[in-house]
Design a protein around this ligand. Structure first.
Ligand SMILES: CC(C)(COP(=O)(O)OP(=O)(O)OC[C@H]1O[C@@H](n2cnc3c(N)ncnc32)[C@H](O)[C@@H]1OP(=O)(O)O)[C@@H](O)C(=O)NCCC(=O)NCCS
Length: 331
């Protein structure tokens, strides 16, 4: 079997223009900026327009053009699209194939959506690596793009303050230099499904008028339970991939954690003994954008020059499912 190395060729991101601050939310629900900021680290989030086209595939289109430009490649160079999202454009067809058409790709590349919630981008990255490593694909686009604003009850202060919309992408390909994905891990614990779920609207409980009137069709979360499992799992997976790569925590230059809550990120960093100035945090600007948080934070840190070629970068994510995963790479 072929054994190619996998490299990040380019990154991109796109967020909607509309900014909703904590102070804006004070006008519609009983909350305040101080409560939200102290408990979560969030100051504001971006929200998609529902009229005029700012849907997950649109955000992904703009972000992908940036990644292609950074990689000096054309859309037809992509031979697989993995689109991680819990808020796809529609049920059928998958959003990866919608994006393929928007990009004008004519090579009939494989298109797959990944439903792994906040771990979706890391799932996509590790799957892209497997495809590239074995020679089954040469250039894989991995997208994390979400429009969570549609699935949130904006009258429920326990949940609406946490989430936002956005998209981040990474283009992966064969490496002929030092850059490489060094270790990966993926997992899930299905027994924790009731900690974060959206049971209404699927095959088991089809959506009815009553569900909508009773506001039962939105995402439901047990915040405290999620908080506890998240920190434990993030720290465990980080240690696993570092050990699997034959490295130690001091070898890691940058941690890109899922941005669910600043306190989760800080607690995980403490458990790992990694200083916060090596952890990329942008939750203050965007809130939790599920599958998009890791690629957005990664892109921002690459674009502003914090992350440099040759440095060791750790992706670490956790989400509904309860899915989780990590990637260690030399950028
Ligand atoms: C949601 C979260 C911020 C709640 O923080 P917390 O410190 O646990 O707060 P609690 O839920 O215990 O609520 C404390 C009080 O604040 C109130 N409160 C809840 N939301 C509020 C808001 N937006 N504004 C003001 N008060 C609020 C609660 O009603 C409660 O009041 P009570 O004591 O009178 O009942 C926190 O649990 C969290 O971030 N969890 C992780 C969730 C997550 O990110 N999941 C996704 C992972 S992929």
């Amino acid at each position: 079997m072929s054994q190619y190395k996998t490299k990040v060729l380019g990154t991109g991101m796109c967020v909607p223009e509309r900014v909703v601050t904590n102070v804006d939310l004070e006008k519609t629900i009983e909350t305040n900026d101080q409560w939200i900021y102290e408990r979560t680290g969030i100051r504001e989030r971006r929200i998609c327009k529902t009229i005029g086209g700012e849907f997950p595939s649109d955000l992904a289109y703009s972000a992908t053009l940036q990644a292609l430009e950074a990689a000096n490649m054309q859309p037809n160079d992509i031979d697989m699209i993995l689109f991680a999202s819990v808020t796809p454009d529609m049920k059928l067809p998958n959003t990866a194939s919608i994006l393929q058409t928007k990009l004008g790709i004519e090579n009939q590349c494989a298109c797959l959506d990944i439903a792994a919630a906040c771990s979706g981008f890391v799932y996509g990255t590790n799957m892209a690596h497997a495809m590239i490593q074995t020679g089954m694909a040469k250039t894989v686009l991995v997208v994390g793009s979400e429009m969570l604003s549609q699935e949130i009850d904006w009258t429920d202060r326990r949940i609406c303050i946490l989430f936002g919309d956005g998209c981040g992408v990474a283009l992966y390909g064969r490496s002929e230099d030092n850059s490489a994905i060094l270790a990966t891990c993926l997992g899930a614990d299905g027994t924790g499904k009731e900690f974060f779920q959206q049971p209404v609207g699927g095959a088991v409980t089809p959506l009815t008028k009553e569900h909508i009137l009773n506001r039962e069709h939105f995402m439901q979360m047990k915040g405290t339970e999620m908080f506890k499992v998240a920190t434990r799992t993030l720290a465990k997976n980080a240690k696993k991939v570092i050990a699997d790569a034959g490295m130690s925590l001091s070898d890691v230059d940058w941690v890109i954690p899922h941005q669910a809550n600043y306190r989760i990120i800080e607690t995980t960093a403490k458990l790992l003994g990694i200083p916060m100035d090596q952890v990329v945090v942008n939750i203050d600007k965007y809130g939790n954008t599920s599958a998009a948080t890791v690629p957005m934070a990664f892109h921002e840190a690459v674009a502003d020059g914090r992350i440099k070629r040759g440095q060791i970068v750790l992706f670490d994510a956790f989400g509904a499912g309860l899915t989780h995963g990590a990637t260690l790479l030399r950028y």
